[in-house]
Structure formats: C-alpha cells, structure tokens
Design a binder for this molecule. Structure first.
Ligand SMILES: [Zn+2]
Length: 425
C-alpha cells in the first residue's frame, strides 16, 4: 500500500513499469481509449486562429485533440513565433479567458474576473466548434485556487499566514464562497462549451512561503525549509473558523507558529528537524492542519461530483505539505487523475497506491512538458511517450506542445506516432 510521489532520479521507463503494474491490478488490461492531447497556452487561444490551431495540433502533430487553458492564473509574458514564423510577444493579464454567464453564479458573491485580453470575445467557443466539427477531443483546463484576478478583488478570500501577511495570487479553499465559485465556474464552462473533459489545476494551498507570495523578500536570516513552510500555513478568518468548528484551538495554533518563527529570528538558526518532527511535538498545530486538509478534500469531492468528466492535474510533489491532501487521499476522491512528470534527463518516478477504495476507479493520465529543459523537448520525448503508451496510461498530454520552436515539432509528431503504434500492437 506504500505510496510515494518521490523525486528520486528514475527513468521514464521505470515510471512506465510502475504504471503498468498499477494497471494490471486495477484494470487487468490497458484501457482501450488512448488520447494524446496538446495543451494550448492562454495566449495562443487568444491570438491564433482556431482553424490554424486545430490544423497544427491534429494535422501536423497528429494529436487526438487539444486542451485549452481557460484562465490566466497570474500575469504572464509569452515570447514565441507566430504561425508565419515571426517573433511575437504577448502579455496576458490575469483573469478568466471566457465571458461567464451570470445565471450560474447566483449562489455566491464571487464572480470570475474576466481578463481584459478577452475584450468581449469568446475564443473558446470557436475552438470548441472547430474541434467538434472535426470530431477531435476538446478539453478545458482551469486554474482553481491560483487566480490573481479574483485574489486582487477579494482580499478576504486570500491565503494569509500567521504573521497576517496575505498571499498574492492564491485563494483559500476554507472560504465557502471560493469553493462555491469554483463549482459555479465548472458548471458555467460545462454549460457553455460542453468540453469532453475539464481539467483542474492549482487546487492545493501553497506548500511554502515562496510559492504563494511571490514578492522578493528581505530576511534578517535565511529561513530553513520548515520556517518557509510555517510561513505558508493559512490562518485566514475562514481557516480559523473552520478549525474552531472542529474543536481545534486555532488561536493556539497561530501562536505556536509565531513562537517558532520568533525563535528562528532570535537565534538565527532554522528548526533542526522536519515538518513531521515539528507536528509530532505540536498536537494543536497538527490538528489545525489536519482540519485544513479535510476541508480541501471535501471541496475536491464537491467539485468532482458537479460535472461529469472532471480530471485533477496532480503535481508530482503533492504530498509535500501536511495541510494539503496526500496523493492517496486525492486518488480516493477523484475519478480521473493526471500526473505531471518531468521527462528530462532523469525522469522522476512515481509509485501509486495498489488498491484502496478510490484507487480502483482512478483513470490515470500523464502530462509531460515539451518545453522542459533537456532532451524531453527533443528526441527523448519519443522514448518517453512510447514508454507511457506501453504502460497503459489512459492518456498523455503534451503541455506547451505548441510553444516549442518549429524545428522541435517533428519530434513531437514522431513521438505521437510511435506512442499510437505502441498502443495498436
Ligand atoms: Zn485560509
């Protein structure tokens, strides 16, 4: 039953063997369906013609379909080549990249903030139509808790640490309106675009201070890993309230974090042990973060039930923070999962739970980033995709597959062909 989302150096082959072992347990045979998708960046969906995009994804690269990122989680600058080979620079302002339908949001006071880039257009609609017209798979990917546009408007819904310093871009899932607004966004997207699958990403809280706060920081003495993590634990009013309702002393938990931070600053020495050691000696804080984990799991359960084909995009280091659900817990509530792996020089291994209540129904896909440094964007992607196909995963998504330079595209095309052939045998 051991589960490990470890970061040991392992080849994609070894990863593939593990997937295969898991699938033998769960399915006895590999699922027949095998989708290979190309992820379309927010800026590409906005500036490129839908027909040209589908031509490129399906015609030139040979994928089954595309996944459009439908929200800019934060401000993003993109530099690349347009389809005519000319250099192009686009600054995408954060926000939803679709016009929401107000009727879906009656049950919450939060509304998706539409990125000014969209300017009244509905680019996803035409893409959906073109895909449907050509019988290609059409998916949407939604960033849920990382949402800079919404965070800047609703300070009370943002993650906030024990020193009362709020995060920039991350919403807190203890806040009832945040959970409900995500559910409404899922219903809105399902109703307007009828995607084959909605993928959600960024559904966990930041696991360390640097990840969620983003600003450059001046330290009197550098924090250790534990201090960095302590500075990320959310003590927003909603989290405190949820804890109190579960008979957990939120005020003591916050005080405990403050005292530990004080010790670090006074002594100029980080905590000697791990976060696990710390929680083992601090029962109140352990109860507090366990409560946060339960709240988030409840939200995932609610979202998973709200639309027919929800898929959770899982970071490989999901298990990093005790206030986020473990990989095993996520498998328990989600029908479909996609694990991001790094197919670089030293591919990273993941082991999956071999059983359990939810494990048996999980449908596993894998995401590989085509722009990751190293050979993954080059010839090695062929081997990686073939391994994954052989392992019996239900689908592979090539992230940033259109963001690579044109002379890398033939490798992606070759990789997709090889993976398909592997699956037909
Ligand atoms: Zn919170």
């Amino acid at each position: 039953m051991g589960i490990q989302t470890g970061l040991q150096s392992k080849s994609s082959e070894r990863f593939a063997r593990r997937c295969a072992a898991m699938y033998r347990v769960r399915h006895m045979e590999a699922p027949k369906r095998f989708d290979i998708l190309i992820q379309v960046q927010p800026w590409q969906g906005l500036v490129l013609e839908p027909e040209s995009l589908v031509d490129l994804v399906v015609g030139e690269l040979g994928a089954t379909g595309l996944t459009v990122s439908i929200k800019a989680a934060e401000m993003q600058d993109a530099i690349g080549l347009d389809l005519a080979g000319q250099p192009l620079a686009v600054r995408v302002a954060p926000g939803a990249l679709w016009q929401s339908e107000a009727g879906h949001y009656a049950s919450t006071r939060l509304r998706p903030q539409v990125s000014p880039m969209v300017k009244g257009r509905q680019p996803a609609r035409r893409l959906a139509e073109v895909c449907r017209g050509r019988s290609q798979v059409f998916r949407l990917r939604l960033s849920v808790l990382r949402d800079a546009a919404l965070a800047s408007r609703h300070g009370d819904a943002v993650i906030c640490n024990a020193l009362s310093m709020p995060a920039f871009n991350d919403l807190c899932p203890s806040h009832a309106d945040v959970i409900e607004c995500v559910r409404c966004q899922l219903l809105d997207l399902q109703g307007q675009f009828e995607p084959d699958v909605i993928e959600i990403e960024n559904f966990t809280r930041p696991d360390r201070h640097g990840a969620g706060w983003g600003a450059s920081m001046v330290w009197p003495t550098p924090p250790g890993a534990v201090e960095d993590a302590l500075l990320a634990i959310c003590f927003c009013p909603s989290c405190r309230q949820q804890a109190v309702q579960s008979d957990v002393d939120a005020a003591s938990a916050a005080r405990s974090v403050q005292v530990r931070l004080m010790r670090w600053l006074e002594n100029e020495t980080p905590y000697g042990g791990t976060m696990e050691d710390l929680l083992a000696e601090d029962a109140v804080l352990a109860d507090y973060v366990a409560c946060q984990r339960r709240v988030l799991l409840g939200a995932l359960q609610l979202w998973d039930r709200s639309v027919p084909n929800l898929l959770l995009v899982v970071e490989k280091d999901l298990a990093g923070a005790p206030w986020n659900p473990t990989f095993e817990e996520v498998v328990g509530v989600a029908g479909r999962l996609m694990v991001r792996i790094d197919a670089g020089v030293s591919g990273e291994g993941c082991e999956y739970p071999s059983g359990g209540a939810g494990g048996d129904r999980a449908c596993l896909e894998v995401a590989v980033d085509a722009t990751s440094p190293g050979p993954a964007g080059g010839p090695d992607i062929v081997r990686c995709l073939t391994d994954l196909a052989r392992a019996g995963v239900a689908g592979v998504e090539v992230e940033n597959g259109l963001h690579v330079s044109p002379n890398r595209r033939p490798f992606i095309r070759q990789a997709i062909r090889a993976a398909r052939r592997e699956r037909m045998l």
